[in-house]
Every structure is written in C-alpha cells, then in structure tokens.
Design a protein around this ligand. Structure first.
Ligand code: NAP
Length: 260
C-alpha cells in the first residue's frame, strides 16, 4: 500500500531505539524525510545510518539532545521547522510508590510525558493547519486505558496529555490535521528487556525466564514486535488517514479485556 506521504517531512522524537525507531523506519520506507532524536549520539548515528542505507533517496537528519528540555526541542525544530508529521515520544517515568514522590518527580514526569508533546504541537500545529496537512501521533501507553499502580507518574502525566488532545484534535481536523495516540502494551524493546533484567537481579530468576513467563500471559502469547508498531504509526500518518482523529488506539495483543 502506498500511503501517499512520499516527500513529506517528519519529526520522530526519541527514536534511536525501540518504538520511536520503528516509527522512523516505517516513515522513511514510505519516502518521508525524517528528523530523529535521542540523547545518546552514538545509537542515534547508528539508527540514522541504517535508515539512510535502506532509503538512499530519503533525507535523514539526526539531532542529539534531550527532547524534554527547551534546548532539545529548539534544536529539533531548527532542524525541521515545518514538519508535516510529528511523532511525540520520550522515555517513561520510573515506577514507585507515590508516597515517595516529590513535587520535582511529578514535574519531571509531566515535563517529559505531557508538556513536551504539547510544546511541540504548539510549535508546529498552526503551520500544519495552514498547509492543510498534518499528522500527529503521540506514543503513550496501554496504562492510559488500564493504569498500572506502580506507574503512577506515567498514569498521571499521560492521562493529562490524553485529556488535552481529546479537545484539540477535534479543532484541527477541519484543516486535515489529525492527532491520535498509540497505546503500546508490551513490546520487545530495550525498555522491556531492561525491566526484566532488573527483576531478574531482584528475584534471582533468569531474565529470559521472566520474559518468557510474561509473554505467555498475553492473549497473543508473545510480545509485540516494534515493526508492527511502526507500520501502524505510518498508516496513521498516511494521506488517507485524515478521518481518524482524537483516538487512543491500543496495540497490546488483546491484553485489555474490555469490549471498548
Ligand atoms: P526504549 O526502547 O528504551 O527506547 C527509548 C528511546 O527514546 C531511545 O531512543 C532513547 O534514547 C530515547 N529517549 C528516551 N528519553 C529521551 C529524551 N528525554 N530525549 C530524547 N530521546 C529520549 O523505549 P520504548 O520501549 O521504545 O518506549 C518508548 C515509550 O513507550 C516510552 O515512553 C515507554 O514508557 C512507552 N511504553 C513502552 C512499552 C513497551 O513495552 N516497550 C509499553 C508501554 C509504554 P536515549 O536514551 O539515548 O535518549
């Protein structure tokens, strides 16, 4: 399927690894010029080189920096001031007990997972509306639909973003600018493997065992493949996806047990 976005420009945040990387690859495979970001320059350069090698006709721009800071965002917007596509993503906040979280912990989580996407949307959405094309995808979490108790910082910050987008996304679609969220369940990325390794150290069980047991609890009997996530993101960014806005779409192998 040709998604009709060849030659478009995308900013894909937090994209040297994992889900962001998969989105950048899927968009580049559609002929989209991608600006990719991450704090670690080395992994970012490696991903950029891989995308370039697979898509020589596409322009890949790497911007190393922390997307949750004003400087990090300014650098990305300087590299790609008029994106047609914006994929918002950043690392998730740490787990814990809310009794131990300070105001600073909350501000950090809100900055990363609520205010950073809002700032980037603020900087780009009016241009998209004026040009009559825009696709914004926020990578949030399945925890938006089924909150996970120890991930209170994530539950709170991402729910705030989701509420804000519910209003805005109905105001932009008249100009062919859609805003949607993708809610990942367990996808096999460094983050998921890192969590298993930490649990392994705590419980004295091999990380492979922890991962295999966890995969079995999913109705699909496995974790998601980041490529599956990236392809869905690319579809939402496609020319023919202009009638989908304000949606929160779960990609979780059927984990969420509800009808809606
Ligand atoms: P990942 O494999 O750890 O990759 C995270 C990527 O984001 C890396 O490229 C990382 O590079 C970059 N990054 C992190 N913080 C950044 C920052 N402040 N500024 C710029 N780049 C940053 O993680 P993932 O599994 O793809 O997860 C992506 C998002 O989905 C996270 O918010 C996560 O909480 C959420 N999520 C994931 C799953 C899952 O199963 N994978 C499930 C639910 C929700 P640097 O570290 O070099 O910056």
């Amino acid at each position: 399927m040709d998604l009709g976005i060849k030659g478009r420009r995308a900013i894909v945040c937090a994209s040297s690894k994992g889900l962001g990387r998969a989105c950048a690859i899927a968009l580049a495979n559609e002929g989209v010029d991608v600006t990719i970001t991450a704090r670690g320059a080395e992994a970012l350069a490696k991903t950029a080189a891989e995308i370039r090698a697979a898509n020589p006709a596409v322009t890949v721009t790497e911007v190393a920096g922390d997307i949750t800071t004003p400087e990090g965002r300014a650098a990305v917007l300087k590299a790609c001031p008029e994106p047609d596509i914006l994929v918002n993503n950043a690392g998730g906040p740490p787990p814990g007990d809310f009794r131990n979280w300070t105001r600073d912990d909350w501000i950090k989580a809100l900055d990363a997972n609520m205010l950073t996407p809002i700032e980037l949307i603020k900087a780009t959405v009016d241009g998209m509306m004026a040009r009559k094309f825009g696709r914004i995808v926020n990578i949030t979490s399945a925890a938006v639909k089924a909150p996970i108790d120890i991930l209170g910082l994530s539950n709170g910050a991402r729910a705030g973003l989701t509420g804000f987008i519910a209003g805005l996304s109905r105001k932009t679609v008249i100009n062919n600018v859609t805003i949607n969220a993708l809610l990942p369940g367990p996808f096999e990325t460094d983050r998921l493997i890192g969590t298993a390794k930490a649990e392994s150290a705590k419980r004295g069980i091999p990380a492979e065992q922890i991962l295999a047991d966890r995969a079995k609890t999913n109705p699909a009997g496995r974790f998601g493949d980041p490529e599956e996530f990236g392809l869905f993101c690319a579809f939402l960014c496609g020319a023919k996806a202009g009638y989908i806005t304000g949606q929160n779409i779960l990609l979780d192998g059927g984990s969420f047990p509800g009808t809606l």
